[in-house]
Design a protein around this ligand. Structure first.
Ligand code: BG6
Length: 506
């Protein structure tokens, strides 16, 4: 692994939830692996006033550094790399101050002009920040590179994504922008590329001739927690499907890239998104289902319904569950349905992609249907990352009785105990100027273009139901109607606990 260039990292929103839960722990993990630059400083900014010393105490807590480690020379050096400045991100007058602080830090630590700006703030601040930085020439690359990490949501719909993009591109070049989708930083998502393109055995089967359908599920047992106000304006389709899960589908569906570099991979992803069969507003009720959790007892504990959550409108129609069926109109996938679902307050936390292979054309053995649940390749994104292949085997003894068996690989067996967190990988890549796992604007816009008609229909057509589902269940039963074939349903990952090895929280 290469060490990144010497640089300064500026975290806008340095005391916020994302910085303390994800960014600071990821930077500490990189430090422990020796993957931080030789020379670096980190400037956290925010509206509140705290001293460097006070902020460093917050860093120690956020990174989970214990007393013994805190005394170590290298850890002390890591903690003292953090500085704090009270900057109002929307106030142009604060930016000359910011420029001055960065200049001083550079001189003191002999760091060149390389600067990574991390916008860990709500998207309405992206425009003023990008403009204000540019006004002070902090976007110019004459004395070192300048990069900017932007958190999702990248817009609210197609039009707002276009205008956000235009604002960003007014002052910054696409090559300087790193739109983070943390799903792409997950090891198991990247492993989809390795599974597909480092093994000759899967690729010949990975197409419409052998694949019956593809299913992607991302469930969470948590509700909206303290994010009710944010979620009200978002909903499951925008929060998970527009970005994370469509990208996951993109990795499963893409053609082999010409090489493993950012441009080739992103070109292939963009091609998948451009091939999504457009959905018309009138079809929305047929191809997508929305639901909202209602109050219920889960493991003896009462779980509030979504409408009772803090910050949520008591008449809210925001979906906490969304499922959609779509097609990718190209030579590889023509006619193969993709089913994607996500939801909060479901029975467990699991994200998986299932490739359902076609059954044999003629079934020779006992039982009326081909081995139920056989012919599936399950890519477990989380938890218990791994790959499971389900196929039929003869039960020993007389006759030809077939049973579904598993070949199960656990990713942790390869990882020597440490599977890097998505943010670790993504921040490291940005420090190194590798944008492969960041989303490019054409893919973001294509994803919005595809989903916009459904979102419009959900907004305007109140005859499309928001199905209630009790907390702790698998979402609205009507979601099964998306899978039109008789005898086929979604895969319920912890129904077969012993078989799947998936821990079911219920
Ligand atoms: C975030 C969504 O992007 O992803 C959250 O805003 C969701 O609502 C989270 O909980 C899920 O991420 P993970 O890594 O826990 O699957």
């Amino acid at each position: 692994m290469t060490k990144p260039d010497d640089q300064i990292i500026v975290i806008f929103g340095g005391r916020g939830d994302l910085a303390t839960r994800k960014i600071i722990p990821a930077l500490y993990a990189l430090h422990r692996q020796g993957l931080m630059p030789g020379r670096y400083s980190i400037l956290a900014t925010g509206r509140s006033r705290v001293t460097d010393e006070e902020y460093r105490k917050e860093v120690v807590t956020a990174a989970g550094i214990d007393k013994a480690d805190e005394e170590k020379e290298s850890v002390r050096k890591y903690i003292s790399a953090f500085h704090y400045a009270a900057i109002d991100p929307s106030a142009p007058g604060d930016y000359p101050v910011l420029a001055g602080i960065l200049e001083k830090m550079r001189k003191e630590n002999d760091i060149p002009g390389n600067t990574l700006f991390y916008l860990s703030l709500p998207p309405e601040l992206y425009a003023p920040i990008t403009r204000n930085l540019a006004a002070q020439k902090m976007n110019l690359e004459d004395e070192g590179w300048k990069r900017m990490i932007i958190e999702k949501p990248f817009g609210y719909d197609y039009d707002s994504a276009v205008s956000l993009n235009n604002i960003l591109l007014d002052h910054w070049d696409e090559s300087q922008l790193y739109r983070i989708d943390h799903y792409l930083g997950k090891e198991t998502v990247q492993n989809i590329l390795v599974t597909r393109f480092s093994n000759g055995i899967f690729e010949p089967l990975w197409n419409r001739n052998y694949v019956h359908h593809v299913e992607i599920t991302s469930c969470e047992s948590l509700g909206v927690e303290k994010r009710g106000a944010y979620y009200e304006g978002t909903g499951a389709m925008r929060d998970m499907i527009q970005n994370h899960l469509l990208h996951l589908a993109g990795f499963i569906a893409m053609e082999p890239p010409s090489s493993i570099d950012a441009t080739s991979i992103r070109n292939e992803l963009a091609k998948v998104f451009e091939s999504l069969r457009p959905v018309r507003q009138e079809e929305a009720a047929k191809v997508a289902i929305r639901g909202q959790y209602t109050g219920a007892h889960v493991r003896g504990e009462w779980m509030k319904g979504y409408r009772e959550e803090e910050g949520v409108n008591p008449d809210s129609l925001t979906e906490t569950y969304a499922a959609i069926k779509f097609y990718i109109d190209n030579w590889r996938w023509g006619g193969v349905p993709f089913y994607v679902r996500t939801g909060k307050r479901l029975p467990t936390r699991v994200t998986e992609a299932v490739i359902h292979f076609k059954p044999t054309p003629h079934y020779l053995f006992s039982g009326k249907s081909p081995c139920e649940g056989c012919n599936q390749l399950i890519i477990r994104i989380q938890p218990d990352e791994g790959i499971l292949l389900k196929f039929g085997m003869k039960i020993p003894g007389s006759g030809f009785n077939v049973r579904n068996v598993n070949m199960d690989f656990h990713y942790s067996d390869l990882a020597e105990g440490h599977i890097p967190e998505a943010y670790e990988r993504l921040i490291y890549d940005c420090m190194n100027g590798d944008s492969t796992l960041y989303t490019r604007s054409d893919a973001v816009l294509a994803a919005w273009r595809f989903l916009d008609p459904v979102l419009q229909a959900w907004k305007n057509d109140h005859s499309i139901p928001v199905y209630g589902y009790p907390a702790g269940t698998w979402g609205p039963e009507t979601a099964d109607s998306l899978i039109e074939e008789p005898e086929l349903t979604w895969r319920y990952p912890c129904k077969n606990l012993a078989e799947d090895g998936i821990f079911c929280e219920l």
